[in-house]
Design a protein around this ligand. Structure first.
Ligand code: CA
Ligand code: CA
Length: 92
């Protein structure tokens, strides 16, 4: 259960169960409020999503690799939304 799909699914469950909107989840995990998620902030999100500690660092890197469109190694709100949109698409 370490496929990208199962990981995105866990993130979706976390957001759905604990936050009213994806934006609230983004702001919660953006601890320094710079409107960007660092790898460290993403790893905390993955921890909350119950992603195994063994793969959290790797998954964080992969998510940044996959969704960081402007190559600043951070996930901004637009990039986060794109990830969420992909989750919703694969859900339907
Ligand atoms: Ca931040
Ligand atoms: Ca970025």
């Amino acid at each position: 259960m370490t496929t990208e799909e199962s990981i995105l699914n866990k993130i979706q469950i976390l957001i759905t169960n604990h936050f009213e909107t994806p934006e609230m989840a983004f702001n919660f995990f953006d601890e320094d409020n710079d409107q960007k998620l660092t790898k460290g902030e993403i790893v905390k999100l993955l921890k909350q999503a119950e992603i195994s500690g063994f793969i959290r660092g790797l998954v964080g890197s992969k998510l940044i690799e996959g969704y960081d469109k402007n190559n600043d190694e951070l996930i901004n709100w637009e990039e986060f939304k794109a990830a969420i949109a992909k989750i919703k698409k694969s859900d339907s």
